[in-house]
Design a protein around this ligand. Sequence first.
Ligand code: ADP
Ligand code: MG
Length: 258
Amino acid sequence: MSKPKKDPQKSNIKDPSGNDKISESFEKPAIICSDIVKDYEIGDYIVRAIDDISLSINNGEFVVIRGPSGAGKTTLLNLIGGLDSPNNGTIFSLGIKISDLKEESLSTWRLINSGFVFQNYNLISTLTAEENIIFPINLSGVGLKMGRERAVSLLKKIGLNDRREHLPFQLSAGEQQRVAIARALANDPPIILADEPTANLDKKTSQIVRDLFKELKNAIKTIIIVTHDDYLIGLADKIIDFDDGKIVNEEITHKNKS
Ligand SMILES: Nc1ncnc2c1ncn2[C@@H]1O[C@H](COP(=O)(O)OP(=O)(O)O)[C@@H](O)[C@H]1O
Ligand SMILES: [Mg+2]
C-alpha cells in the first residue's frame, strides 16, 4: 500500500494572520500550460504537433499521458520539461514562465528542476554509468567527491553498483534505462518526466522500472509519464488522453491517495 500523499508545500504555508495554522488552499499547480501551440516546419509543410491546449498539473501529482503514435505526446513532454519552447501560449513551471526563457536560462532551469527519462535512454556513449550520473551533478556546481557519492548511492538504489564502470554499450537495455532514471534523479529535481520508459524492456526489467516509479510517487515528486503500461497507469492520479495534438479526455483517478 502506498504512503499517504503529503503535499510538499503544505508544511511551508503559514496562516496570513501570523499563526502557524496550515492553510487549506495548498493544492498549488506545479505546471500551468495555457493555450500552447507547437508547430514543426519542414520545407513547405507545417505539422501542428500541439494544437492549442491548456493543462494544469499539481505538485506531487502522478500524471499519465497516453495516445496513439504521432499524437504529440513526446512534443508535449518536451515543452513541459523545458527541452523545447512553444510557438504560442505560456508554460509556467514552479512559478517560472519557462515558455519565455532563452536556451541558456532554460538549460539551467532544467538542470535543477526537471529530470527527463528518454524513450531511447540517451546516455552519453563515452561515459561510464557512474560518469553519466555524475555529469549533471557537476554541471549544477556540486564538486566531484559529493557528485560521486550521490552517483554511487543512486547506482545502489537501482541495483547497478557493480556496473558503475560499464559504458552504455556494455549494458543491457533495461540497465541503460535504469541508469537513465538515476541520471534524471541526479540533482533530486521536483519534476520527473518520462517518455514510454518501459516500452522497450522485457517483463522483468519493466517491473524494476515500474517499482522505481512507484517509489518516486511515494517520494511526492511531480511525475509526468507518457505510457501505455497498465501498472504505471494504475499509479496515476490523473490520466490525459491525447490525440492529434489535443487533449481528448482528462480523468482524475486519485486512486492511490489515501
Ligand atoms: N523534430 C520534429 N520535426 C518535425 N516534425 C516533428 C518533430 N517531432 C515530432 N514531429 C511531428 O509532430 C507530430 C507529433 O510527434 P510526437 O510528439 O513525437 O508524437 P508521439 O510522441 O505522440 O508519437 C508527428 O506528426 C511528428 O511527425
Ligand atoms: Mg513519442
